[in-house]
Design a protein around this ligand. Structure first.
Ligand code: CA
Ligand code: CA
Ligand code: CA
Length: 378
């Protein structure tokens, strides 16, 4: 299992728009080819178009065989059907089920383009597009499934007379992808997706010299979550009692501890710790904040704030009264979480403030933090 696979921890999100939020661009879709007429084509239906400025390259809907329902599509030599996607961020999984019977010859493809014209661009002959990122070739002549784009990785033996999945996992945020045939990865490490336009703009089903049967195409965003420890911290107010940055990472009863400094006013929380995290994406779909902490006195209030890059100020997330034993809060941000990630750097900044609810002598209480985690959900 390589790095790209390991990052997928939640599985498919599905098409539900409410779950995707503003961060996941693109057009997720699935097609089981059951809605088309047997013996006809799919051009102009279900988002399908013949390859830009081509005609007579439609596939045939068949009930000869099917993975789902009773229908699949049959592509004969030269057939070349495309479907727009328009994904620009996040992690995506593209899955296509393929069938190569005994005796079949020639080559067929599952192609993904990072640049492809819209319908109007195609109509107006804006034709300077065509940037391929993946060309998975089912080669019935060599008996292998191959990466025909850059000839990377190791071809996987073609499996005949049964439905076999081709799966492409694309991490647009990190410009990487993986290819799988029959669940066997072709790459030992994820490979670069694009040298120019980092996107998924179209899929293309192309029967070059062979005949294919394809069914159950799925193009879906995949959720991943990355837990982050603080990359740095600053004691905005307060004096260090003990501990280091590393103690903020892990619930192990090893603490970063501060106490009030002596130059305090009641209006200014005398213990304030700012922590920076580095997000792998600028456009998460969700942020989760976990904070485990305690004090050694009663009546100490804690406020948790997060820096809003849109308004250039902190937003208050939570206020609570701390206890003398460790306790945790878990906060989830699903509304426009991107505003809390600094564009370009991925910086997420938290501020934890502590103040006495009642009069207390400044130096006698200590705020300790055991575990601070920001989880970035893609
Ligand atoms: Ca089907
Ligand atoms: Ca603890
Ligand atoms: Ca700790």
């Amino acid at each position: 299992m390589n790095a790209l696979t390991r990052r997928i921890t939640l599985g498919l999100l599905g098409i539900g728009a409410t779950m995707l939020g503003a961060a996941a661009h693109g057009q997720a879709f699935t097609d089981d080819f059951e809605s088309y007429t047997v013996g006809g084509g799919i051009n102009g239906q279900g988002g399908w178009s013949e390859w830009c400025q081509s005609s007579g390259v439609d596939v045939t809907v068949t009930n000869l065989r099917a993975r789902s329902g009773s229908k699949s599509i049959q592509g004969d030599p030269g057939d070349d059907m495309t479907h727009r996607v328009d994904a620009t961020s996040g992690m995506w999984e593209l899955s296509l089920w393929t069938y190569v019977p005994t005796g079949a010859t020639g080559t067929t493809y599952f192609i993904v383009l990072n640049d492809y014209p819209t319908a109007s661009e195609c109509q107006n002959w804006v034709y300077n597009f065509n940037q391929w990122s993946a060309q998975v070739r089912l080669n019935a002549d060599t008996g292998m499934c191959e990466d025909a784009h850059l000839a990377l990785g190791t071809p996987v033996p073609l499996v005949r007379d049964q439905w076999v999945e081709v799966r492409i996992v694309v991490d647009l945020d990190n410009n990487l992808h993986d290819l799988y045939y029959n669940n066997v990865p072709m790459f030992t490490q994820p490979q670069q997706w694009s040298g120019a336009n980092i996107a998924i703009e179209a899929v293309d089903l192309y029967a070059e010299t062979g005949t294919y049967w394809y069914d159950d195409l799925s193009v879906q965003p995949v959720s991943s979550e990355t837990p982050l420890c603080p990359a740095s911290y600053t004691a905005v107010r307060g004096l260090l009692v003990g501990g280091t940055l590393a103690n903020l990472c892990g619930s192990d009863n090893a603490y970063l501890t501060h106490r009030p400094d002596v130059f305090r006013t009641s209006a200014v929380p005398p213990v304030q710790t700012q922590m920076d995290f580095t997000s792998p994406t600028d456009t998460p779909s969700e942020l989760r904040i976990h904070l485990e902490s305690a004090v050694n006195a009663n009546n100490i209030s804690q406020r948790t704030l997060i820096w809003n890059n849109d308004t250039q100020t902190y937003d208050l997330l939570n206020t609570r009264t701390l206890t003398q034993v460790d306790s945790s809060i878990d906060l989830t941000i699903t509304t426009n979480p991107s505003r809390y990630v600094q564009a370009g750097t991925g910086r997420i900044r938290l501020l934890v403030q502590c103040n006495a609810l009642a009069f207390t002598i400044a130096p006698i209480w200590q705020h300790r933090m055991d575990d601070v985690v920001v989880t970035v959900v893609n």
